[in-house]
Unconditional design. Sequence first.
Length: 402
Amino acid sequence: MKTILSAILLWICYCNSPAQWVELNIGNLNTYSFSDVYAITPDNVVVVGSNGAILKTTDGGTTWQKKDSGTTQLLKKVRFSNANIGYTSGNLGALLKTTDGGETWNALNTGIGDQAEGISCLGDNFVAIAVPFSDQILKSIDGGNTWQSYPMDDFYSGNIQFFSEKIAYSTKSSGTLSKTIDGGLIWNNLDGYGEFNFINEQLGFVYHDGLKKTINGGNSFERLGYGNAGVLSQLFAINENTVWGVLGILLNGDGTTQGTVKITYTPEEGYKEVFDYDGPTINVSSLYFSNEKLGYAVGYKNGKGAIWKNTTGNILSTNNAKNIELKIYPNPTTNEVNIDFGMLKAEEATVSIVDLAGKSVYSQVHKISTPLKINTSHFTKGNYLVTVEQAGKRISQKLIIQ
C-alpha cells in the first residue's frame, strides 16, 4: 500500500484566504443560515435554509428576494427537474413544490413526520425523497399527489440520485454505495464507500480518503488518487475530470465543515486536491456549479447566513499556502496502523484517535520526522478519526478497524 501511495502524484494546498469564492451581499437576509443551493441557470438560483427560508436571485446574486414558504421548519435540500418544477424538503416531513421556477411554493402531504433529506426528481411528475430516520424512500409518479413507500433494510443517507424511475444510487449507514435497478425494491451494494455523485447513469464518483471513479454504473471503480479530505459532506461532479466537495467534519474534528475542495485528475498531471479552508468562522453547507466555471456555495459566516459565488472554477493558492501530505496505512486495518507525516514540518505534533462518539482511544505527542506505528489490536471494530495537530493546524482522516 505504501508503494502505491508513493507512486501517486498528490498535491494538497490549504489556503487561508477567500481564494476564488466571493461572498455576495444579501443584506438583512443573513439572519438565516443556509443549507442548500440549486442553480436553475447561471443567473437563476434558489437557496433554502433555517426557519423556512427560500431565497431566489435572477441576476446571478446581485439581488435576492425572500419567497414565502409557509413553514418555519428547517429546509435542508432543494432540487429542480426543469426550469419550472422544483422541490425542497426539511424537518418534520416538510416538503414543498414549485411549478413556476421558485416564485411560489405549496406544501405537499407525504403522510410522514420524519425529517426528509435527499430529493431526486425527473421530468414533470417523478420525485423521490429519502427519509433515513424511518428507513424508507418515498416515491411519487404524479408530481407529489400520491406517494408509495419503499422500506430499507438499513439506515440510508440523505443522498439519493434517480436517473430513471428504476435506476438509482444511495448509501447505507455504513457508507456503502448501493444501487437499485427496480425502482427501490432491492438495493445491491457496490464497491464504493463514502459521499457520491453521478453525472449520468454510468459515470460517477465516490470519495473516501481519495477519489474513485466508475464508468459502468458501479460495476467497478478505478481509484484516481489518495487524498487528505477525510470524509466529505457533499460531492459534486462537473465532468469526468473535475469534482468539487464540501469538507466534512473529519477535516478539523469540531463538527463543522468550513471549506471546499476541488479535485482534478488527468493522466498527464495526476491527482490533485486543492482546498479553500477559511477557519472556524465559516461553515459551508452545500455548493452547486451550473457549469465548469460558475458555482455557488451556501452556509454561514460568523454566525450569520452567507452565500458565495465562484466565477472562475478555481481555488487559488497563496504564497503562504502549505503543502501537506498525510498517509495512513493500511486502512482498513486490524492490528496496527502506520502514520506517515509526509511533508509536514519535522516538529512535534499531537496525534489523537477518537471513535465516532468522541471517546479518545489514543493521544500522544510525536516527533513527526519519522513515521508513527500504533497498535490497534485492542480497538473495537468500527470507524475512528485520526487527527494530527501542529501549530494550530489540524489534519484528520478516517480510520477503519476491522
